[in-house]
Design a protein around this ligand. Structure first.
Ligand code: 1HN
Length: 357
């Protein structure tokens, strides 16, 4: 037993012992029975010198998937499905219900007259509205009507339901921190029998109260997420236009804003952070990379993004993934608006987020 460890004399940092490989293998087999394993066999894999993503860069063109999303409307009701969603699965992570290692994404369809009943869960959600308009989401009693390009938040453990009182089907992108919550094995879920919550506050109430530069007396500003549940595109786009007009265009990201928590200027949620950027026509972005794998959606315009030797051509509502630490650059053929979301806030809170300009 101790032939390997105690008697052998190290030479140049190595054990000079005949048949050492065979002895090691026998030793690994013995310790394996005690659920033990040698670190030295895996050290390089578990501590790579720089991020090695398992996630693939990938693009989904909206024109290719839209008909299949609508088809689900004839196969299952929102009521039966609870949420009628096609999960967007990273090609390298099939079957794992995720688009990056930490984030879930899906296309949700809600038909005219349908209701998706109230529930709440530990996972936080955001919606980015892709197609159609006029359906609502209700979050803890505040109802908000959603239109193309709106950014809607459903923070962890808030009760939420959706309904479509409009005359057209609506499709939006859901992004949730489900893989993160499940990584920690901390998921709770509650379903409510009532078809709808009681509405206590009307459209844009939280934006008016908390996003106007004033705060109502008695506001608890220690909340670790934004109190605003809808950041309407109609209010965000003019901010981007102002930045472009003033020349505040970052060479990598374009004229970009962060969806902010008005209490502290931070991200909207601790686990997910989102941006909206205008790339002026002719924009040729400098190469960039960061450790957060990101989901991008083109809200309007047309352009390309180069990543890992590939060129993604995107137009309105196309969605693409840039994995951790892969270099990428954006080019715009028209004035273009890109939405993006990633787990950057969680990485920042852990002190492990990095970027390379
Ligand atoms: C969820 O609650 C919604 O409320 C959508 O619309 C997608 C995916 C996984 C877990 C919960 C929604 C979801 C989800």
């Amino acid at each position: 037993m101790d032939a390997v460890t105690s008697k052998a004399k190290p030479s140049k940092g190595k054990i000079g012992n005949a048949n050492i490989e065979a002895k090691r293998e026998a030793y690994y087999a013995r310790i394996s029975k005690m659920d033990l394993a040698p670190l030295w066999k895996v050290l390089k894999d578990i501590i790579p010198a720089e991020p090695k993503t398992v996630c693939a860069p990938a693009i989904w063109h909206f024109k290719d998937v839209k008909a299949s999303i609508h088809e689900a409307g004839g196969l299952i009701t929102a009521e039966e499905a609870q949420r009628r969603v096609l999960v967007i699965e990273n090609p390298n992570l099939r079957g794992k219900s995720r688009v990056t290692q930490s984030l879930y994404a899906g296309y949700q369809l809600i038909m005219p007259g349908e209701v998706a009943p109230p529930h709440r869960h530990s996972a936080s959600a955001i919606r980015f509205i892709l197609d159609g308009g006029g359906a609502y989401t209700q979050v803890d009693g505040e109802k908000t009507i959603m239109n193309s390009g709106d950014f809607v938040t459903t923070p962890h453990w808030t009760m939420h339901d959706h309904g479509n009182a409009s005359k057209e089907p609506m499709i939006w992108l859901d992004v949730l921190d489900v893989p993160t919550v499940n990584f920690f094995e901390t998921s709770f879920y509650e379903h409510f029998e009532n078809e709808k919550q009681n509405t206590r506050r009307e459209d844009q109430d939280s934006l008016a109260r908390f996003g106007s530069g004033v705060l109502p007396d008695g506001t608890d500003t220690s909340l670790n997420r934004s109190p605003i549940i809808n950041y309407p595109y109609a209010k965000m786009k003019p901010v981007l236009d102002r930045l472009v007009k003033a020349g505040d265009v970052d060479p990598r990201h374009g004229a970009r804003v962060r969806y902010a928590n008005p209490f502290n200027g931070g991200w909207v949620m601790p686990t997910m952070g989102a941006n909206l950027a205008m790339l002026p026509k002719g924009f040729k972005g400098k190469e960039y990379r960061s450790t957060d794998s990101a989901i991008f959606v083109c809200q309007e315009g047309e352009g390309t993004t180069k990543v890992a030797g590939q060129t993604f051509e995107w137009g309105p509502k196309d969605l693409f993934i840039i994995p951790s630490w892969m270099k990428y650059s954006h080019q715009a053929k028209k004035d273009s608006v890109l939405f993006s979301i990633s787990d950057r806030p969680a990485q920042e809170l852990l002190g492990i987020w990095r970027e390379q300009a």
